[in-house]
Design a protein. Structure first.
Length: 265
């Protein structure tokens, strides 16, 4: 153990179970709906996590995925998508058939917790930050209705399950005045609303830098948007690394890539 600690200090890494020396990006997916009466509290919690970053050792990478199975109850969520419902269904195959509900937060693909329970959510984030993570970096630029990503990827570990590269565009500062359904009469505010989530490819046996493009909808505001990328096990659904970055305009100064350190177990 002493030898491992010495190596960790020399490399600037964390020893097993020790708090990381730099914040570790942890993916927090909130499954929510404007038609769900208990979801606004979870939306507010996600905003706190994004703004305040209250969990020591973790950098929360938030994504709000608005599901569509409340849309028939009187109010159609304008940010809902059947693809986000399908993503939650895929998680339910891991966490159990009765694990599909709103509001729900899935933390680094490892734990599914009630999305408006702040104490439980923060503990799950802290636990995820202590797990080993691979390094991934991303920069993003918008031009002509597309976001161009440059992503530095690690090699897939030799003993690993297949790992997918997933990318999302999110938008902050969105507001709805709900006129029907469970939240009738409320004005709801949202951050990190998923506009698109796409599996781009699988990790290869060698490290690489790839360039990919994502389309931007006409109603989206690139100045309020961010990009998030993460590495997710195709079987376990565990997230092995994540990064996020603002979206710059083509011709602006080069943004600094977001760096994610590797942590040993």
């Amino acid at each position: 153990m002493k030898a491992l600690l010495a190596v960790a200090v020399l490399l600037g890494l964390s020893a097993p179970g020790a708090p990381p020396t730099t914040p570790v990006p942890v993916l927090v997916e909130l499954f929510t709906s404007e038609g769900c009466s208990t979801c606004p509290a979870a939306d507010a919690l996600l905003e706190i996590l994004q703004r305040d970053q209250p969990v020591e050792g973790a950098e929360v990478v938030p994504i709000a995925l608005h599901v569509d199975y409340f849309d028939h109850l009187g109010w159609k969520d304008p940010f809902s998508s059947s693809s986000f419902t399908a993503r939650q269904q895929n998680y339910s195959r891991i966490f159990g058939a009765d694990s599909m509900y709103t509001p729900q937060m899935v933390v680094d693909g490892r734990q599914a917790v009630v999305g408006n329970d702040g104490d439980v959510v923060r503990r799950a984030i802290g636990s995820a930050a202590l797990q080993a993570h691979l390094s991934v970096r991303v920069t993003a630029r918008e031009a002509a209705g597309r976001v161009r990503l440059t992503i530095a990827l690690p090699a897939v570990p030799s003993d690993s399950e297949p790992i997918q590269l997933v990318a999302a565009l999110t938008e902050d500062g969105l507001t709805s005045i709900v006129k029907r359904g469970e939240n009738n009469g409320r004005t709801l505010h949202h951050v990190a609303v998923a506009r698109t989530v796409q599996v781009l490819e699988s990790l290869a046996g060698t490290a690489s830098v790839v360039e990919r493009q994502l389309s931007v909808g006409r109603s989206w505001r690139p100045d309020a948007a961010k990009v998030a990328v993460w590495l997710q096990g195709s079987k376990s659904r565990h997230v092995y690394g994540a990064a996020t970055a603002p979206i710059s305009r083509l011709g602006s100064a080069n943004p600094s890539p977001v760096r994610v350190p590797v942590h040993v177990r």
